[in-house]
Design a protein around this ligand. Structure first.
Ligand SMILES: [Ca+2]
Ligand SMILES: [Ca+2]
Length: 370
C-alpha cells in the first residue's frame, strides 16, 4: 500500500518535472526569439551638424534626428547628454522642442546637473498617442545659450545611458548613434574680432556669378613673432564691389605691431602692414614691418584701397605659373560650375579673355616687384 502510493507520488513528480522542463524551454526559446526580434528594431540617432559657433550671449539650437523603420513608431525618449568641461562654463541648456511640434505630450523630466566637472543633461519625454498618430522620424531641438567666455567644448550624446521606446511590438529600440558629438566654439566680447573690408582684382560691380568667396587669413604679432592659426573666412560682396567678412582671433592678444597675411581663393598671398593701406597703381602695395594695432573686441580694418591680385588658381601653390595660365587658356568660353569655381576671376559666369588679361596683369606686377 505504502509502496504503491510512493510510486504514484514519484510518477506525479516526474510528470511535474517534465512539465516544468518543457515549459522552461518554451519560455527560454520565447525569450530568445523575442529579444532577437526586438534587437532588430533600431533607432538611428544623428546630429544634424557636428560643429557650431556661438557669438557672445547667443542662443542656438542643436538638433538631432531619431529615425526608425517606417513601420515602427517612437513614443518615448530618455536622452542623456554631457556638455562643457573643466569648469569652463561656456554654455547653458535652455530649452527642448521637437519637430513635429509638441510631439511629446508629457515632459516628464528635464534636468541638468554637474557630474565630474561636466554638465549632464537628461530629458525624458513621452507621447500619449495611438500608433497611427505616432511617427518614425522625430527631430529633437536642444537650445543652448553661450555666456561671455571664449573656448571650445563638446556636446556628447550618451547612447548607453539613453532609451528610446515605441508602441506595438517594438518596445525598446537599439540606439544606433550615427554621430554622437557636436563640437562648439564660444566667443567673448574680449576676443579680438576683426571686420574686414576687401577688394579683389577684376571685380568692379556686384558679381553676376557668385556673391561669396573664401579668404584665408593669418595675423602675426611682429614684436613677439607670435602667429595666429590660419583661418578661413567667408566674405560677402556688397553693391560697390567691396567684400566684407569677420574673423575672431581669441588666441591672440592686443598689440600694435600686427601684420596680416590674406589670400583669396584664386588670389596671391598678400602681406598687409597698415590698417588703411593705399597704393597708386593697382596691386602694387607691399610692406615690411607690421604696424597694425589690434584691440580687445571689435576692430574694423579697411583694406579696400588696395587690390588683392588674382592668378594663383586652385589648387593654390603660392605662385602664378603655367598651370594657372593654361587652366584659363584651355577653358576659354566654358561655363560649367567646376571650371568657373577655379578660373572665373571676374565672376561674370564665363571663362573669358578678361580672366586671362587679369592674370597677365598680375604676372607683370609680380615681375616688376622682384
Ligand atoms: Ca599657382
Ligand atoms: Ca570671367
Amino acid at each position: 500500500m505504502k509502496n504503491k502510493s510512493l510510486n504514484k507520488l514519484s510518477i506525479l513528480m516526474v510528470f511535474f518535472i517534465l512539465i516544468s522542463v518543457v515549459g522552461g524551454i518554451y519560455l527560454l526559446l520565447n525569450f530568445f526569439y523575442r529579444s532577437k526580434a526586438e534587437s532588430q528594431a533600431k533607432v538611428k540617432v544623428d546630429f544634424l551638424s557636428n560643429s557650431v559657433n556661438f557669438d557672445v550671449n547667443q542662443s542656438q539650437e542643436i538638433s538631432l534626428n531619431l529615425l526608425t523603420e517606417p513601420t515602427h513608431r517612437i513614443s518615448g525618449v530618455e536622452l542623456v547628454f554631457t556638455f562643457d568641461n573643466d569648469n569652463l562654463d561656456l554654455i547653458d541648456f535652455e530649452d527642448v522642442s521637437t519637430i513635429p511640434s509638441n510631439y511629446f505630450d508629457d515632459l516628464i523630466l528635464v534636468e541638468t546637473k554637474r557630474v565630474n566637472e561636466t554638465k549632464k543633461l537628461k530629458i525624458v519625454l513621452f507621447a500619449k498617442k495611438n500608433y497611427q498618430q505616432l511617427s518614425n522620424l522625430i527631430r529633437i531641438n536642444l537650445k543652448f545659450k553661450s555666456k561671455n567666455n571664449s573656448g571650445t567644448g563638446k556636446i556628447i550624446f550618451l547612447s548607453s545611458e539613453s532609451q528610446i521606446v515605441g508602441s506595438n511590438v517594438y518596445h525598446y529600440y537599439d540606439i544606433e548613434p550615427e554621430t554622437n558629438t557636436v563640437d562648439y566654439q564660444t566667443r567673448s566680447d574680449r576676443d579680438i574680432k576683426i571686420n574686414f573690408k576687401l577688394r579683389f582684382q577684376g571685380i568692379v560691380t556686384l558679381p553676376r556669378a557668385k556673391e561669396t568667396m573664401n579668404v584665408s587669413a593669418k595675423i602675426v604679432d611682429e614684436s613677439t613673432g607670435r602667429e595666429s592659426e590660419s583661418k578661413r573666412m567667408v566674405v560677402n560682396a556688397d553693391n560697390q564691389s567691396y567684400w566684407r567678412g569677420t574673423i575672431y582671433f581669441p588666441e591672440m592678444v592686443p598689440a600694435s605691431n600686427y601684420a596680416f597675411y590674406l589670400r583669396g581663393e584664386k588670389h596671391l598671398l598678400k602681406k598687409i602692414c597698415h590698417s588703411s593701406p593705399v597704393e597708386s597703381t593697382p596691386g602694387t602695395y607691399s610692406c615690411n614691418q607690421g604696424l597694425i594695432s589690434l584691440y580687445q573686441g571689435e576692430n574694423n580694418l579697411d583694406f579696400s584701397q588696395i587690390m588683392l591680385l588674382a592668378g594663383d588658381l586652385p589648387e593654390q601653390d603660392g605662385v602664378i605659373n603655367s598651370y594657372d595660365t593654361s587652366l584659363i587658356r584651355n577653358n576659354l568660353g566654358k561655363n560649367n560650375p567646376d571650371i568657373l569655381e577655379k578660373a572665373d576671376i571676374n565672376l561674370d559666369g564665363i571663362i573669358n579673355s578678361q580672366d586671362y588679361a587679369l592674370v597677365i596683369y598680375s604676372l607683370s606686377v609680380v615681375s616688376q616687384n622682384r
